[in-house]
Design a protein around this ligand. Sequence first.
Ligand code: IVH
Length: 674
Amino acid sequence: MRAKGIPAEARAEAERLREELNYHVYRYYTLDDPVVSDAEYDEKYRRLSDLEADYPGLVTPDSPTQRVGPPPAAGFAPVSHRGRMLSLDNAFNQDELRAFADRVARGLGGRASTVAYVCELKMDGVAVALTYEEGLLTQGATRGDGETGEDITPNLRTVPAVPLRLLSASPPQLIEVIGEVYMPEASFQNLNKERLEKGEPVFANPRNAAAGSLRQLNPAVTASRSLSMVTFGVAYSTGDIPATHWDELDYLRELGFRLGEHNVRCATIDEAADFCAGWQEKRRELDYEIDGVVVKVDSRTQQAALGATSKSPRWAIAYKFPPEEKTTTVDDILVSVGRTGVLTPVAVMEPVFVGGSTVTHATLHNEDEVRRKDVRVGDTVIVRKAGDVIPEIVKVITDKRSGKERAFKMPGRCPVCNSKVEREEGEAATRCVNIACPAQTFGRIAHFAGRGVMDIDGLGEVTISMLLDRGFIGDVGDIFYVTPEQLYELPGFKEKSVDNLMKAIDAARDRPLWRLLYGLGIRHVGAHMAQVLAKRFPSIDAVSAASEDDLLTVEGVGPNIAESVVFFFDQQENMRVIEKLRRAGVRMADEARTRRKGGPLEGKTFVLTGALVGFTREQASDIIEELGGRVTSSVSKKTDYVLAGAEPGSKLDKAQALGVTVIDEAEFKRLTRT
Ligand code: IVH
């Protein structure tokens, strides 16, 4: 047996790490209240992975490393629910909510003088049932038709808010918990953005995205989807359940489950009605979608007395909000041209009030999306808007067609500069090929000056247009040569506004390198990628000198990104703009991190393993890089030094096998004079 060969210290350490890491997942995803930095978490996680790689016998099913497992062998197996998973009756207004309370009072035959209620926000996601045996998650299933669902255990294990093990020291022998898996609004937006870039169809709403993510055959895909979960009840337990729903929720919290964050207990139906009305107004403040409030009788004795119909319990009701969807008509489909030359079809609609604002335009993303949705000029469509989110056309009501609708055709020439447009094979986007296209120039400058990029306050779209029209600027480099005299020529500019804009432009000379990289508008280099590149390359010159192979050694950089970075710096026009920026005094490097040329570690490659005492791994990496060295993650013949801390992992063995120099912390300090 392999297990015999595991040293007791390794076993104890793995157990400690597992507990610590599970606790941190719980703090972060369930309580939304982390107590360690991401870097600390990553470090511990890496250590546990190393240990488990060295001693596979240490792997347990509740290890945080085991969230992504192998896919189910043959699709999703059917699961019979222990008790039927009921659905809920709906109330569409306050009168119907009160009618529900009347039914409850009658159902209790006047035996109850008061009925207390619990209100929970109704998450718009996918209902799931989780089974724990002896405290360990053994099965996770969809609701399905209420009787039979699908076994999606490997996928549910990847959702961080799903505990792999219950927190209790004496859990019931078997417990089945029900909850809702959902996708937060921001994750939904990001996912759709990525899918659009890859030419994949977008999800219509977060609920569809959550459902699609849970029904993946590869759990790694589910894991990448940022899903969360709230729980709202025990469907079955071999142990005792508290006497009220409110206490049942508390019990679930103690077991380590995440609850809805705004649950309340109401002494009367009036209070519950106020809660419903309140959230109907405030629903857009949430960073996830709700479609109503679930109102439940609190006492489980009363619940039992009320019972259920074949479809739904008589003790609960879903107070449904009016949908954030409206119908309107499409007056026209225009095509706008963005900073990368992409042509985007945009529907112009009869103004309609939806999701808190009046909507007149909805992006149709690209040619394929228009075709998929088959939106035509003159169509009646359903428009949806959630929160601050951009409105979108959910679908066409084809029944309302008269036959006079006009189908959309992507123009063969750029609507702004009349140049040729192209659609590359395998790409969803159609682009204007003229990089001097005024729409692209405008878009590039607006992006560069924008918030979160170079942050030039006061240089908005209107001002940029005026400067372009007068020929005062033609590219992003020109911004830094604009004079106060030129600004005075613009309508509306007075001493104060001129002064402010000049100061804002000056301040932008000193932005960190990543913002400049991001601002240049290199294809596939968004804010995150710009940060990754700036971390690895200390200056614009270093990035522009990097080959595709150099770029590919950076974690997170794939062939598309590497190619587009090299392509960007190969264009003379782009280099000319960079020189212009340099001459204007725009910062081209991150001083603090500039790798010292000719530093004592110039050209040396390090791998770190084990725990260090005097510094964190990040600090050690910073020191190495500042002295001209490089840190990589795996040991090879090209590695110059392996810095081994306490309890090093398998990397040490590999270093010894390859004859790579291994140094300890004391030697590292001597080497780096730190
Ligand atoms: S209780 C026996 N509570 O709404 C009653 N359901 O229309 C079981 N839902 O299938 C449901 N939030 O997907 C309950 N706080 C909540 C809920 C909730 C969302 C969903 C759930 C259920 C559907 C019923």
